[in-house]
Design a protein around this ligand. Structure first.
Ligand code: F6R
Length: 240
């Protein structure tokens, strides 16, 4: 894995936004794997701006998101679908017919098979964007005894519930989510993981310098042939 260290999240947002814009400009029909959360916001902001300026177009791009909560409607204000609409899709010229999401309210097995097939039908994910949880999770693959493969329904850990419940002010945060599995993530041709802030420094250390273990799901990226890790100085502060 290749590490790139920047001063702050804004610098990462500009660098990643430009990297994505260049990628889309040279592969206008590419397939993007996308993430939600606070981490990718500066990147989405940069991409939205560049799209507004006519420097990149999403009109032929297809997207698959990593995960979605169970037990809330797709259009709930805290769903990941709503997050993506508000922070990227509505600010670009993307064709919403090319946007695919895991359905947190469908039968998990059938939905997993549908998503795997949909990704395959598009030729696989070209470039997958990831954040990382404080416990080393990627997507909602929480620390476990083995690495998962395709999408599945997961019970969220206390650490994840604590980190994300700040966004839920009207209903309790869902306890379950559907997530792409580690196998589906690792099959992406290129992976970009962004980590910012001191709270991620321990997970970043385990991911990059620790053993490859499902106890730190992100550590599997050590085995990907084209994984680039964008860190700010705080997230990189424990690296040796
Ligand atoms: C979100 C996702 C999660 C987040 C992670 C970090 O789609 O898959 O793995 O990337 O929980 O979240 P933030 O960026 O909010 O710190």
């Amino acid at each position: 894995m290749e590490l790139k260290i920047f001063k702050n999240p804004e610098e990462i947002g500009e660098a990643c936004g430009k990297l994505y814009a260049d990628y889309i400009n040279s592969n206008p029909r590419c397939v993007l794997g996308l993430a939600t959360g606070a981490t990718p916001l500066p990147t989405y902001k940069c991409l939205s701006r560049m799209c507004g300026e006519g420097k990149v177009s999403f009109k032929d791009v297809s997207t698959f998101n990593l995960d979605e909560y169970c037990d809330i409607p797709k259009t709930h204000k805290n769903s990941f679908y709503t997050f993506m609409c508000e922070n990227l899709f509505s600010k670009t010229d993307i064709n919403m017919d090319n946007v695919d999401f895991l359905d947190g309210n469908a039968d998990p097995q059938e939905e997993s098979e549908r998503y795997a097939k949909a990704i395959l039908d598009k030729g696989g994910i070209d470039i997958q964007l990831l954040g990382i949880g404080r416990n080393g999770h990627i997507a909602f693959n929480e620390p476990a005894d083995s690495f998962s493969d395709e999408a599945y329904k997961v019970k969220l850990t206390d650490s994840t519930i604590e980190a994300n419940s700040i966004y839920f002010d009207d209903i309790p945060m869902p306890r379950y989510a559907v997530t792409m599995g580690i196998g589906s993530i690792m099959r992406a041709k290129k992976i970009i993981l962004i980590a910012t802030g001191k709270s991620k420094a321990g997970a970043v250390l385990d991911m990059t310098e620790g053993p490859v273990t499902p106890r730190c799901p992100a550590s599997i990226l050590q085995q990907h042939s084209d994984a680039v890790i964008f860190l700010d100085e705080d997230a990189a502060s424990l690296l040796r």
